[in-house]
Ligand binder design. Structure first.
Ligand SMILES: [Mn+2]
Length: 424
């Protein structure tokens, strides 16, 4: 479905005067409002191809209707999200689920929808049909060199697909690890993984990056071979300047201080990939900002502070992506909510009074420091985010538009009720 721009203009017209009243009041309270608006307009969050269908758990999956059944339809869905919010201008593909049959036509479709190709993702956490050797006991860490070689070649293959599409980075997330004490020699597993990553790294094009994503637990429940940011940073440092750590919000043990992790990785120049989601217990894949919006703000606060300290471009120097799965929601509605939460937390971080915060820190004024952050967090910046959308031609209220205009019903009419999207 290609959305007619007139529908958005008409919808915005209905809400324009009420919006203007709220925005004008807010704008009078913010010093650098034009600068903040431009940063919000520039900021883009990639949508992963596997988040467009209804996810499941190991207990079951309750499929939705009108889900994308092909790579072309996945691009259409991200194009639709982008038309609604103008903040979702990239798609992240997963190989082998999304191997294009024709690169030129997929690239042309993406260009027409205003989409870029974000990081490409390899998959050695499950066995594919016709695969010679199994990843049951790991891939890049495997005790058998032939299994490692197969996994290395898969990753090199993923880079080749990415090059064809104009992607510039590879994300490696490994499920490698062990489920029971004694199963693995930790040091050998690390060294095998490092050597395998080195072979993949050697084939990276000059202008590419590789992101090493860590995860504390699951599917392995005793040890993970890339289990935390320390291990990821070890690999990234040993690999070289094109290797970076990727932080996925759901991949930490409960109550981890993610904002501190982000700050230190930025200080070391080794943070380049970021996956948004939210969780109550672990890797729950919940909607961004649905459980811990204050933590999301604190993380963004460190991201903005750390990027500014290194004069980084907020929009392009890090790879921003949503990584979530939806069991009970319409995936597109969930993604609209997620992008909204991200933009809001980013807007909040941009409006923190850093001079005052620095002064409070230097004076050990703990109360003032807390007040500065909480005052910002408690200021309703939704009209600011809406204004950025209005100026970029998006819908003032994307989720309301999606519902009012019954876009899912249109998709079901086009695609039917029985399509099933590949993904998690
Ligand atoms: Mn992730």
């Amino acid at each position: 479905m290609i959305l007619d721009k007139n529908r958005i203009a008409e919808f915005n017209g209905l809400h324009a005067s009420a919006h203007k009243r709220k925005f004008d009041f807010l704008a009078s309270e913010i010093n650098n409002v034009e600068d903040v608006l431009q940063k919000l307009i520039d900021f883009q969050v990639a949508i992963p191809s596997w988040a467009l269908g209804t996810g499941g758990t190991r207990f079951g999956r309750f499929a939705g209707a009108g889900e994308p059944g092909s790579l072309e339809q996945k691009l259409e869905d991200v194009g639709l999200l982008h038309a609604l919010n103008q903040s979702s201008g990239a798609i992240s593909l997963h190989i082998p689920w999304d191997i294009p049959e024709n690169y030129a036509s997929i690239k042309a479709q993406a260009a027409q929808l205003g989409l870029q190709f974000d990081a490409v993702n390899s998959n050695t956490f499950q066995d594919q049909k016709d695969q010679e050797l199994s990843y049951k006991f790991g891939s890049l860490q495997h005790v058998n060199k032939a299994v490692r070689k197969q996994a290395i070649e898969h990753n090199i293959d993923v880079i080749k697909h990415g090059v064809e599409l104009g992607s510039k980075s590879l994300t490696v997330w490994l499920s490698d690890g062990s489920c029971f004490p004694g199963q693995l020699n930790f040091r050998k597993a690390f060294q095998n993984t490092l050597e395998s990553l080195q072979e993949i790294y050697a084939t990276l094009p000059e202008d590419w990056k590789v992101f090493v994503e860590y995860k504390a637990f699951e599917p392995n429940f005793y040890s993970m071979t890339v289990g935390d940011w320390g291990q990821s940073l070890l690999y990234a440092n040993k690999l070289g300047p094109k290797a970076y750590t990727l932080v996925d919000l759901g991949h930490h043990l409960p109550n981890a201080n993610i904002e501190q992790i982000v700050s230190l990785l930025l200080m070391e120049g080794k943070l380049a990939g970021f996956h948004f989601n939210d969780s109550k217990y672990g890797d729950d894949d919940l909607t961004v900002g649905s459980i811990k919006p204050y933590q999301l703000f604190l993380i963004f606060n460190e991201l903005v502070e750390g990027m500014d300290a290194r004069a980084m471009d907020h929009a392009t120097d890090l790879g921003w992506m949503i990584d979530a799965s939806h069991n009970v929601k319409d995936p597109l509605e969930d993604l609209l909510q997620s992008v909204e939460a991200i933009m809001l937390a980013y807007a909040q971080a941009l409006t923190v009074d850093r001079k005052k915060l620095n002064a409070a820190q230097e004076a050990n004024d703990v109360v003032a420091a807390q007040e500065i952050l909480q005052n910002t967090f408690r200021t309703d910046l939704r009209p600011l985010v809406a204004e950025a959308r209005l100026r970029s031609g998006a819908a003032l209220y994307p989720l309301q538009f999606f519902r009012d205009q019954q876009l899912r019903a249109e998709l079901i009419k086009e695609r039917g009720t029985k399509t099933i999207a590949t993904g998690l």
